[in-house]
Design a protein around this ligand. Structure first.
Ligand SMILES: [Zn+2]
Length: 267
């Protein structure tokens, strides 16, 4: 009975997503942007974990909307550290026949180096970043942990930037929405992509770094704001429940398989 209900529920979810708009075909591709290990003890301010070495992945994404492209997060610069990707974002894009100048938008979940390293390779893209993230980047001095160097082109006025103070319907048809989810950093954002066949997918940024923190509303000690982190996790969970969305924790290797292996795209 329960199984039947689940099948029915996912069918309804897919129908709801399909009914939304989809005049333009929307696809979502995951790019490998690095891998390594992290000390789980850093990721709990209530001492929930003891494992000094848990696997981490680093994920970038490409969204195609009709003939327009958006990149979500850009990973470390290849060769910059042991966790950095072996293949550059530019080379990944070339493998799926996208030239950097074809990328219209680059959405950034937050300003840390593991999400922004290869941002300079997309100088023609309009930068979609949280208003408070932008304020922290451009403050004197900039907030600790902000990878200011990657944003030089946009901070200097060379690139177009649209700081977001609320959610953003990127293409105007509800298929791709930036979700304001502060807490990890002041202007942290997540991304909702509503796919016709797969249904809605939420790319959670660093709202949580692994399943255990997502499920328990766990907060890393280094987060900007504890209460905002928990409120944002609750928001993501409510959206996921209401839309029957697939939630992808970008750093959790267990979530890699939720999207097809590169170069295939979810649609
Ligand atoms: Zn991160």
């Amino acid at each position: 009975m329960l199984k039947k209900f689940c099948v029915l529920a996912s069918t309804i979810g897919a129908l709801t997503a399909g009914a939304l708009a989809q005049a333009q075909e929307v696809t979502l591709t995951r790019l490998d942007c690095g891998s390594g290990f992290n000390d789980s003890r850093r990721f709990s301010d209530v001492f929930a974990y003891t494992d000094p070495k848990v696997p981490f992945t680093f994920s970038c994404y490409v969204i195609r909307h009709g003939d327009e492209y958006m990149v979500w997060d850009t990973g470390f610069v290849p060769g910059s550290n042991p966790n950095a990707p072996k293949v550059s974002l530019t080379d990944h894009l070339a493998q799926i026949k996208i030239k950097p100048e074809q990328v219209k938008y680059v959405g950034i979940s937050h300003f840390h180096a593991d999400h922004t390293g290869q941002l300079p390779t997309l100088p023609g893209a309009t930068l979609l970043i949280g208003q408070r993230e932008w304020d922290a980047l451009t403050a004197t001095p900039p907030m600790t942990g902000a990878n200011v160097a990657a944003f030089k082109h946009w901070i200097s006025g060379g690139g177009k930037v649209e700081p977001q103070s609320a959610d953003k319907d990127v293409f105007g048809d509800g298929t791709v929405m930036i979700l304001r989810t502060p807490g990890h950093t002041p202007g942290h954002q997540a991304l909702l992509v509503r796919l016709k066949e797969k249904g809605p997918v939420i790319l959670a940024g660093d709202a949580a770094h692994f399943h255990e923190n997502y499920e328990s509303n766990g907060v890393p000690g280094f987060n900007f704001d504890r209460a905002q982190t928990i409120a944002s996790l609750d928001r993501i969970k409510d959206i996921a429940r209401n839309l029957r969305a697939t939630v992808i924790i970008q750093h959790d290797p267990r979530d890699i398989g939720k999207l097809p292996a590169f170069p295939a795209a979810a649609r």
